[in-house]
Design a protein around this ligand. Structure first.
Ligand code: THU
Length: 133
């Protein structure tokens, strides 16, 4: 079932706006309602750039879903591309420790990790006392 995520992440990567780094990334997230994709969107003001994972998360939440079932990240680096630290935190807002994160490239899925592998001892809303929205 990861095949559909692979094809969608690879396809959306082509739409990345990455004129500054030259590094295009595609992400696909499965939730109960479907598959949501994102690509990195860089900006001349560098810190304003958005990672592929962030775009996919935004699409999922905009569609009304808040539970990630599976993630695949597609890039064409020599080694498997894992999500950046900020994206690990963003994913963990909606993905439990058991959620599978596949790291893929042109040759297919290169590594399969879990959220717990990527972000052990994650910070969550459970660490503070304000009510969750
Ligand atoms: N990037 C992503 O989109 N996702 C990741 O998980 C790693 C990095 C993007 C951000 C930036 O546009 C480019 O890759 C180089 O860092």
């Amino acid at each position: 079932m990861t095949d559909d995520l692979y094809e969608k992440a690879r396809a959306v990567r082509a739409n990345a706006h990455a004129p500054y780094s030259g590094f295009r990334v595609g992400a696909a997230i499965r939730s109960a309602s479907g598959v949501y994709v994102g690509c990195n969107v860089e900006n001349a003001a560098f810190p304003e750039g958005i990672c592929a994972e962030g775009g996919a998360i935004t699409s999922m939440v905009a569609a009304g879903d808040k539970a990630i079932l599976e993630v695949l990240i597609y890039a064409e680096a020599d080694t498997p591309t894992a999500p950046c630290g900020g994206c690990r935190q963003k994913l963990s807002e909606f993905a439990g420790p058991e959620v599978k994160v596949s790291l893929a490239g042109p040759d297919g899925v290169r590594a399969v990790m879990t959220m717990a592998d990527l972000l052990p001892a994650a910070f969550s809303g459970g660490h503070w006392s304000m009510p969750q929205a």
